[in-house]
Write a protein that binds this ligand. Structure first.
Ligand code: TNX
Length: 493
């Protein structure tokens, strides 16, 4: 059993000549031959596996005069672009092939992201820090959008924690880290045209001091993520979940009075007013700055849980936010409630709450070209308690044990939705009850691996027992990375 999560498209294992089991290639050290701009992130994977890298021949004069220690035994690991890489039938830009033979390790991929995926697969295969099974892996993802939605408002998680989360999502070959940056309790990103918003950064659930990302932090974070082929998607949640904004700008409220800071965990009480003259300039400033600061293609404009607004006014917000995002050359994404507005072709909707009475609306939105990211609360919400006794988490969507996060089919979540309208899958973690990195990671692991496998692997390969065994085999690597995880009894750790 190879400890790979998500499980690849095709795995061909070699057995040794005497048939005594899997043959292995010793890896006392590795000599990297990778495109120059990938050398550092590939070397990072090998370092995580405990395998020394003895100098990367990047072809750009990086060769040292003296061969470094260990170079004599170093095994070649060559990474190169090749359009023929990957499973025969795949045209995914992420497809790759990893070949481990007695002669060394070779990765080929259609694009650089696939080369890093191959290195991540190699990292998972090296469980003893010193060898790797002989194997050929041809691999490509099922869905392009594979993500995690991460609330850094309810409790503040700063750049170091967010970088650790980028590393975690990268390990499972996810591509999107969606940051929920604004909500009732706090405002977590500098908006250069609205510097006053910083006044709403120093608050979180339960009170106490918190913080926000400066635009420099945000730029650096995006670069860190982009080097690992992870795109950051920022969310400005509107027209509800806006108490941080109305706390700073009384002009946004109905009576012109700023609201009090809020450190509870209720939802649905705050709102903007479409006809208030302060509203559209605020939306234009915030969305405009976010779009300018964001390197990726998407800007999330929320839309969830606006419980005190009629449909007509809500629809105007959807229309305006969608237009502003588009004017800045980005693609809008809303929570599923966006389907109550005039969603255009190409707009993304993030499904989260099983609400059968809305399904017709979702199907109609898909018919007009909207695409869906699936985050069903009862499977993909990793802030739900594992069990009723679990000390952390909420339970409004039920209890989400490892098996629940694994056993679901994205194309069957919304009755009647054409399967081709599914853009992908995102796990989500809300932080009302999570205050430390260890608490956060103990909710993400092991369940994020399950959601990643739902997003990547072919449904016909689905096998919970096999997944649980691979999860147990992956745990030592999580320990050495310093990633806390929950020892669910559904795994024989
Ligand atoms: C629902 S998911 C929310 C969040 C909460 C979360 C807690 C969504 C679009 N809205 O405001 O934090 O539940 O699980």
């Amino acid at each position: 059993m190879l400890p790979l999560i998500p499980w690849p498209t095709e795995v061909i294992e070699a057995t040794d000549a005497s048939d005594r089991g899997a043959a292995r290639l010793p890896l006392p050290a590795v000599q990297l031959d990778a495109p120059a701009d990938l050398t550092a992130v590939v070397a990072e994977q090998l370092a995580a596996a405990g395998v020394p890298v003895v100098g990367a021949s990047t072809g750009a004069g990086a060769e040292t005069a003296e061969p470094p220690a260990g170079a004599a035994d170093a095994v070649p690991f060559a990474l190169r672009l090749d359009p023929d890489a990957g499973p025969a039938a795949s045209d995914s830009p992420e497809r790759y092939t990893l070949r481990v033979t007695e002669a060394g390790v070779e990765a080929t991929a259609a694009a650089p992201v696939g080369l890093l995926h191959a290195a991540r697969t190699l990292r998972q295969l090296v469980t003893d820090g010193a060898s790797v099974p002989l194997v050929v892996v041809h691999d490509a993802p099922r869905y392009a959008w594979r993500g995690l939605s991460f609330d850094v408002v309810r409790h503040w998680f700063g750049p170091d924690d967010i970088r650790a989360v980028v590393d975690l999502v990268g390990a499972f070959k996810l591509r999107v880290l969606h940051l929920h940056l604004t909500d009732d309790q706090g405002w977590r990103i500098e908006i250069p045209s609205r510097p006053e918003l910083e006044k709403a950064s120093d608050n979180q659930v339960g009170g106490g001091s918190a913080g926000h990302l400066t635009s420099a932090d945000y730029a650096a974070l995006q670069e860190y993520a982009a080097a690992r082929f992870v795109t950051i998607v920022p969310e400005f949640d509107m027209p509800g979940h806006v108490n941080a904004a109305t706390h700073v700008y009384g002009a946004l409220t109905a009576d012109g009075l700023a609201t009090d800071a809020y450190d509870g965990i209720e939802v649905g009480f705050s709102r903007l007013w479409f006809d208030n003259p302060a509203t559209e300039p605020f939306l234009r400033d915030v969305i405009g700055d976010l779009a300018r600061m964001t390197h990726g293609e998407w800007v999330h404009v929320g839309g969830d849980e606006v419980l005190t607004m009629d449909h007509a006014e809500f629809a105007r917000f959807v229309d305006l936010a969608q237009r502003i995002v588009r004017e800045h050359g980005k693609t809008p994404i809303f929570w599923q409630e966006g389907a109550r507005g005039p969603v255009e072709a190409g707009t993304l909707l993030q499904y989260w709450e099983p609400k059968g009475e809305e399904f017709d609306r979702f199907v109609a939105a898909a018919e007009s070209g909207a695409r869906f990211v699936m985050s069903p609360g009862n499977h993909a919400y990793l802030d739900m308690k594992y069990t009723p006794e679990h000390p952390l988490g909420l339970e409004w969507a039920g209890h989400v044990e490892l098996r629940d996060s694994y056993a679901w089919e994205p194309s069957a979540v919304i009755d009647g939705l054409p399967p081709a309208a599914v853009e992908g899958v995102s796990a989500a973690v809300w932080t009302e009850t999570l205050t430390t990195r260890d608490e956060l990671f103990s909710m993400l692991l092991p369940r994020l691996g399950a959601v990643a496998e739902v997003a990547w692997s072919a449904p016909e390969h689905k096998d919970f027992d096999g997944f649980a065994a691979r999860t147990a085999a992956a745990a030592p690597a999580w320990r050495s990375a310093g990633w806390a995880f929950h020892q669910t009894p559904q795994v024989a750790w």
